[in-house]
Design a protein around this ligand. Structure first.
Ligand SMILES: Nc1ncnc2c1ncn2[C@@H]1O[C@H](COP(=O)(O)OP(=O)(O)OP(=O)(O)O)[C@@H](O)[C@H]1O
Ligand SMILES: [Mg+2]
Length: 337
């Protein structure tokens, strides 16, 4: 388990201090695939780099399996880093070394003998599906293959945690999918905890069971991926979902034409009931459908529908009350903005 408590990080340079992380509290249970999303400059890389102390925290604690990593000496830190693999957007392979030699690198540093290294590298090449590229050089590989080598290298010394900083951002959608499948397999088969930074919402939806949203160095929302995506609360989360088109598209809508715009979220529990048509029947409110979409997180569907309620003030009041009484999850869209 990774437990981050009151973590802050400030950078001081000529221009003054940048408070990149402010009092972050976050718990990542073993076996999670934990997504961290946020806009550029929000502090995502700084946060993930504090976990293996590539970045020194200014204050706060990070416990990994009960041990505070901020208090480790160099030797302890080296052994911790063997437990924590890391992969990056641009792969960071050693170009003068073959795949074999790239994967062997951390094992050589750890002082393993050649036959142990050979055996382990073969296992890893098998795991990432690159047995036939053992003696190829990075320049001879596709982006997806390079990332596979990087994953093998990150896991070489039997890592228990894999940190991924925008690991699929440089890849096309199909290759992204195949890398995500590999990460998921690694997670389930080897029980490796994955912490994954991304700005791609589909990555989070595809494999993360938990997600935290970070904005200006602070966590503004965190929880189960399904809950966060289906019922986003914070403006930054909503902005993300809007940007990728899974939030009701209101851009270009002339709000002056509407009386009472509602954004309704359909979850499993209310997806099969005709609440809207029943509401129309019992209150005489008129409903105009503005937009709708359906989406899913790891196969679990949720939907959004934007409607406009029309009628006199009392009718609208009754209609809203009807929806509330039937536990429909909705929010009113501010028409003044
Ligand atoms: N070494 C550094 N020196 C000074 N400021 C830094 C340093 N590293 C990061 N920062 C600042 O800290 C803040 C957070 O940066 P960080 O790289 O963590 O953002 P990010 O969320 O990973 O962004 P991106 O999505 O663009 O990668 C930014 O304001 C950045 O300028
Ligand atoms: Mg970053």
């Amino acid at each position: 388990m990774i437990r981050i408590e009151g973590l802050s990080k400030s950078f001081v340079d000529k221009g003054g201090a940048v408070h990149a992380l402010k009092e972050i509290n976050l718990t990542i249970a073993n076996g999670n695939i934990y997504g961290i999303i946020g806009l550029s400059g929000a502090g995502k890389s700084t946060l993930i780099r504090c976990i293996n102390r590539l970045e020194e925290p200014t204050s706060g604690s990070i416990y990994i399996d009960g041990q505070d990593v901020t208090k480790l000496d160099n030797e302890q830190l080296n052994s911790l880093r063997r437990k924590i693999g890391m992969i990056f957007q641009h792969f960071n392979l050693l170009n003068r070394r073959s795949c074999y030699k790239n994967i062997a690198f951390p094992l050589e540093i750890a002082g393993y003998d050649k036959s142990t290294i050979d055996k382990r590298v073969d296992e890893l090449l098998e795991l990432v599906g690159l047995k036939d590229k053992k003696y190829s050089y990075p320049s001879q590989l596709s982006g997806g293959q390079k990332q596979r080598v990087a994953i093998a290298r990150a896991l070489a010394a039997k890592a228990e945690i894999l940190l991924c900083d925008e690991a699929t951002s440089a890849l096309d959608p199909d290759t992204t999918k195949s890398i995500l499948r590999l990460l998921k397999d690694i997670n389930t088969e080897l029980n490796i905890t994955v912490v994954l930074i991304t700005h791609q919402m589909e990555v989070v939806k595809e494999i993360c069971n938990k997600v935290a949203v970070i904005s200006e160095g602070g966590i503004v929302e965190q929880g189960n991926t399904f809950d966060i995506f289906s019922k986003p609360r914070h403006a930054v989360t909503k902005k993300f979902l809007k940007a990728e088109g899974t939030s009701p598209e209101l851009i270009g809508i002339d709000k002056s034409k509407y009386t009472k715009l509602l954004n309704i979220t359909f979850l499993e529990e209310n997806a099969y009931q005709p609440i809207i048509s029943d509401m129309v029947k019992s209150t005489n409110a008129r409903v105009n459908i503005i937009s709708g979409h359906i989406s899913s997180v790891q196969g679990k569907p949720y939907g959004n529908l934007v409607i406009d309620l029309d009628g006199d003030a009392l009718t609208i009041e009754n209609a809203l009350q009807y929806l509330k009484n039937n536990n429909l999850c909705f929010e009113e869209i501010d028409l003044s903005e």
